[in-house]
Design a protein around this ligand. Sequence first.
Ligand code: GLC
Length: 743
Amino acid sequence: MEKKLLILSLFFSVLSFSQSKVPVYLDDSQPMEVRIEDALSRMKLEEKVDMVHAQSKFSSRGVPRLGIPENWMTDGPHGIRAEVLWDEWNQAGWTNDSCMAFPALTCLAATWNPEMAALYGRSIGEEARYRNKNVLLGPGINIYRTPLNGRNFEYMGEDPYLASRMVVPYVQGVQKNGVAACVKHYALNNQEVDRHTVNVTVDDRALYEIYLPAFKAAVTEGKAWAIMGAYNRYKGQWACQNEYLLNNILRNEWNFDGVVISDWGGVNNTKEAIYHGLDMEFGTWTDGLAENKSDAYSQYYLAKPFLKLLKSGEVSEEEINKKVRNILRLAFRTTMNRNRPFGSFGTAEHGLAARQIAEEGIVLLKNAAPSNSPKGEKPILPLNMNTAKKILVVGENAIKSMTIGGGSSSLKAKYEISPLEGIKRKAGNVKVEYARGYVGEKNAKQDGLAAADITDNRSPEELLTEACSMAKDADYVIFIGGLNKHDGQDCEGNDRKGLGLPYGQDRVISELAKVTKNLIVIIVSGNAVAMPWVNSVPAIVETWYLGSEAGNALAAVLTGEVNPSGKLPFSFPVKLTDIGAHALGDYPGKDKEETYRESIFVGYRWIEKNKIKPLFPFGHGLSYTQFTYGKAVTSSKSITKNELLTITIPIKNTGKLAGKEVVQLYVGDEKSSLPRPLKELKHFIKIELQPNESKNVTFDISVDDLKFFDDQKHEWIAESGKFKIYIGSSSADIRTVVDFELK
Ligand code: GLC
């Protein structure tokens, strides 16, 4: 029937063509699929082959003869990467491409606020659109399986439900601009060590319950127009040419109708790329990963070798048609959509958006009264800027650029307010002094971009002595350290070697804690870090990589202008072996093979199963005010498979400041035929409450919230029996538990 309809509508459109003279594929009044068929029918074989592989570092050919535009891709998930030379990673040196640097995606995830994800997607999409890019190579949503992964800062944490809820609005926001979000890296790219070769073995339960959900949500709910294949292997096939991930799951189970783009250099076999679902090959160099040659692009796996197979008849033309249809669909959704908006770039609105996301993502980990305070003394934060005379800021990360480096997400930002600058701007009459405290890496050029030179050749002893002597008469000492975007830290291409802070920071913090009780530690990072000094400091703040507005957002939170409301998107373990991948010793794999033996027990799922006390738990984050959780009321004590259980709980702000709280709901299955975590995040909502204000929060629990993936039956199932609903302010701060039954 469908075929007949298509032929009929083709007939009428050809008929109408003879009257309107506009070719069908250019006629906006025609259905997209009709336009695609018409465009395809006009293309020569060589033109089709030209479309399925890159023509430059970040672009692929259109069809010049038919007026079908080229495709221009751009990194990255946190902002629009500066222009590079035609076939180089090096900077092109343009002067019109300094972008707004938005916070890293761990910060976005830490907002636990889908409205922030929508704001983020819309804003970064406007920047991509203005720069005439029609594919944004982001967001990244690989699950946080090890705290060492160099790229965790580009992703959305350890929980599939949180990542799913946050990726959908981001994708929708980007695509409202007529720019495709290219969700990456599909799939199982959970470390950088051996990322081009490691073959991941993981059971289907973990694949479907942990590693795929955010990709599935991006595709089936977010309607993502593009997906990027990962570098690693799965079931022995490279993810960019993988029949299980691309054909069986992405296309057949999720009905994905977008384009599959390889990661740069992720393709290494013509036939597998042809038959296993890849549409566009990028970043390859002639014979795989060797240096590129002048005619590299015509030597691509999906270039001349593909054309040869098509011409010889060994491969049917339908194979290339499938790919070209997806690429034409991308064109009609983006470059050939006459109604798409025009975008904007580096605007004050985008600066405000970056700041809002940053302010909502900052996590207050600890906030106590200084240790020598009289009983009942209030917590050290927010800073009292009325009584303070002098603030000492210590640490390299107070002045170091964090938008440059980190790999492909590196940015040439229009501006970047450092933490020190931000604090100075808010200081008013308070004197702000600075001591380096420690020196990390030399600020060498990264990604062809040079950050300000912050070289300091003094010895660690000199730096420490200076900081401690300056700390003596400071009302507050704010240590700003953590990780950075250099190789071996939070950076693509490698992982960290350990959980601890680098550059001797632990010693600096411990020594400062001996000199002053009014010490606040700010961790700038995209990963969890060990904190041996956690009991010696009254306040600890995790501020992620906050982008252009970093200093303004941090200062707003420290001075109380903004009440922090971020929650951890991943657990902070005390030590590495508190995490499954390290406890079982599978990470980073051996001889390019790695089995995820912890299976579904990732992050808090492992921690709770093994009754481990984390340093800071998943979902943790304090406020300057307090929230109480009243008695939960449920619509019934049991539901059948097609009923909803409604649970309502009053939340009250009992403090003196307005604040936002993330109410989290976890579900635990009391008895199941297969192993299940103690509890799993299934709902959350962020609400704002004025002092003394109370709001009823309502959640609807459906049978889908109770299901687990049965890998024998290859389907999601819910088994009747007893369940528990845990509602709280973090995975470890459960305020109420409700029992109910699935009949
Ligand atoms: C890199 C990254 C990918 C990026 C691409 C283009 O290797 O893995 O995230 O989008 O290549 O820079």
